[in-house]
Design a protein around this ligand. Structure first.
Ligand code: VGL
Ligand code: ZN
Length: 213
């Protein structure tokens, strides 16, 4: 995708938090490898609008296997009539693992969007919650926040490539933004998912963007 950094392009940095790093409770493969690049990108102030999302769950969150006796992490269950992967406890509000990663200077972020704070419903994407008791994927307001600032293109990076980054890029595209994924500045929970992620992006017209493009 031809990428000229303009006022109309926003960078969305998804869930760069210690719990998603190696050694964290829900580690992404090589998750720490993207931290210096993202730090550099924010320092360069190449984007007028930078949104950081922060996974932010209360204790006992419905996405935690520990909240469903007899289940194990990475198992799928039915939640509110839709498939839900159960995760190890992660990004519990106020814990060090839920902080925005200390290796990045977040001053350039003009919006920090917390998600997943309703105990009953998960929220992978920055744009919409997952299916929950309050209906079909309620919007977070991020699309309006961007649109009212004249943004029509978003570039997504962060963690995890196969979960929250992917869902955020897909929802951006569905909301009418041109969407690109900064592949090198993302890492997956499950590396074996990369091929399926690439295929999904290609099928939906979401561009793979290199930083120096
Ligand atoms: C994420 C699983 C559960 C992510 C968040 O940031 O990709 N994955 N919560
Ligand atoms: Zn989560």
């Amino acid at each position: 995708m031809p990428f000229a950094s303009t006022e109309r392009t926003a960078l969305i940095v998804v869930d760069v938090q210690p719990d998603f790093m190696p050694g964290g409770t829900l580690a992404c493969h090589e998750g720490d490898a993207i931290v210096p690049g993202i730090a550099r990108l924010l320092r360069a102030r190449r984007f007028r609008h930078v949104v950081a999302t922060q996974d932010w769950h209360p204790p006992g969150h419905a996405s935690f296997a520990s909240s469903h006796p007899g289940t194990q992490a990475f198992q799928q269950i039915d939640l509110h009539g839709h498939p839900q992967t159960l995760w190890p406890d992660h990004c519990v509000q106020g814990t060090p693992g839920a902080a925005l990663h200390p290796g990045v200077d977040w001053s350039a972020a003009d919006l920090i969007l917390r998600k997943g704070s309703d105990r009953q419903v998960d929220s992978y994407s920055g744009f919409r919650e997952n299916h929950g008791p309050h209906g079909t994927r309620p919007a977070t307001g991020l699309a309006g926040w961007l649109r009212e600032r004249g943004v029509d293109e978003v570039l997504v990076c962060g963690l995890a490539r196969d979960v929250c980054v992917l869902w955020t890029a897909q929802d951006a595209q569905a909301a009418g933004f041109r969407a690109g994924l900064l592949w090198e500045l993302s890492r997956p929970v499950t590396p074996a998912s990369d091929e399926a992620t690439r295929a999904t992006l290609a099928a939906q017209g979401i561009a793979l963007v290199r930083l120096d493009d």
